[in-house]
Design a protein around this ligand. Structure first.
Ligand code: ZN
Length: 322
């Protein structure tokens, strides 16, 4: 899984230009949005411990306590600046929009605690989260191909732009790095945690096993539909002058590299990888396994079934728990 490496690489490599919507308030403190003042990234505190994160996500039904959206942040009800703590009873999960309402003082503490006591997903009987799936593996349709695996599906210059992971609880976890054409990082999500990115320019739509992110008045940046298997994904990804459009009926590559064709295949533990210096696109195996498997079969359900079997065998041989 690209996991923490994905965030670190992007945070290290991000350029904070004048035209960019981010500014650093003071060295080693926080990055805030120039327009809204919303804190986008904290540098002045250690990260929330993973066991506390899991506890908070479980109690909230794997979403925002207030609205249920699956991409969340960890909010201190008792402000960290007032008291340095990671007490779960004084923390909660909120999506970036609800988090900005809370941090700007428009959600009183009593209301925050009420949302924490009665999270929306729990009230609506989605205790396993809005992105909980029944299948025991990740499979997505891209063009007329299927990708089966767990981890990065698209990389540019060694950086993962889109990765999927199935948690032990059966929750689909998405890691996504969205850049604009000038290579500014717009949004970074890591395993459903909204790490960096101003939420205000985004129109967000979601329901059970479905979500859509659209930049206002612009095209869809990410659409994920997990109501069927394979999962359907639409995404418009940019990195280093390279554009990659993913959809259930298209895989379009334009920019530095614009020649790449692949049809009627199931790729197991493999990703599309583009190198903008060498100007090549290729299929690359998941480094955890050293090799991937290509399955060519005319009938899609049978191709997918063979892909799933190959994936589970690969995991079992490598000692990685399914
Ligand atoms: Zn929310």
């Amino acid at each position: 899984m690209a996991g923490p490496t994905l965030a670190r690489r992007h945070l290290e490599s991000r350029r904070l230009t004048r035209s960019h919507a981010f500014r650093r308030a003071r060295p080693n403190s926080a990055i805030v949005c120039c327009r809204t003042g919303i804190v986008l990234e904290r540098k002045d505190r250690p990260p929330t411990p993973p066991d506390i994160k899991l506890l908070l996500r479980r109690e909230a039904g794997f979403g925002c306590c207030r609205c249920g959206f699956p991409f969340i942040q960890y909010h201190h009800i008792i402000e960290y600046s007032d008291e340095q703590h990671f007490r779960p009873e004084d923390m909660m999960t909120l999506c970036p929009n609800c988090h900005s309402i809370a941090t700007m003082g428009a959600m009183p503490e009593a209301a925050q605690r009420e949302y924490k006591r009665h999270p929306r997903n729990i009230r609506r009987r989605f205790a396993e989260g809005m992105l909980h799936v029944d299948q025991d593996y990740c499979a997505i349709s891209i063009g007329d191909n299927q990708f089966v695996g767990d981890g990065s599906f698209v990389q540019v210059d060694g950086q993962s732009l889109l990765a999927l992971h199935l948690s032990d609880e059966g929750e689909l976890e998405i890691s996504l790095a969205l850049h604009d054409q000038n290579d500014n990082l717009l949004l970074l999500i890591e395993n459903n945690e909204w790490i960096t990115g101003d939420p205000s320019p985004w129109d967000i739509e979601f329901k059970y096993r479905y979500l859509k992110l659209r930049r206002r008045r612009r095209d869809i940046a990410l659409e994920l539909d997990a109501r069927q298997n394979p999962i359907e994904i639409r995404a418009d990804l940019w990195k280093s002058g390279q554009n990659i459009k993913l959809g259930p009926r298209e895989l379009l590559i334009n920019g530095v590299v614009n020649e790449f064709r692949m049809h009627h295949l199931c790729l197991v533990a493999m990703s599309v990888s583009i190198d903008t210096e060498l100007e090549i696109a290729q299929i690359q195996p998941d480094p955890r396994f050293g090799s991937g498997i290509l399955i060519s079969w005319p009938d899609v359900p049978e191709r997918l079934r063979r892909g799933r079997d190959a994936w589970l065998q690969l995991k079992s041989r490598s000692g990685t728990s399914p």
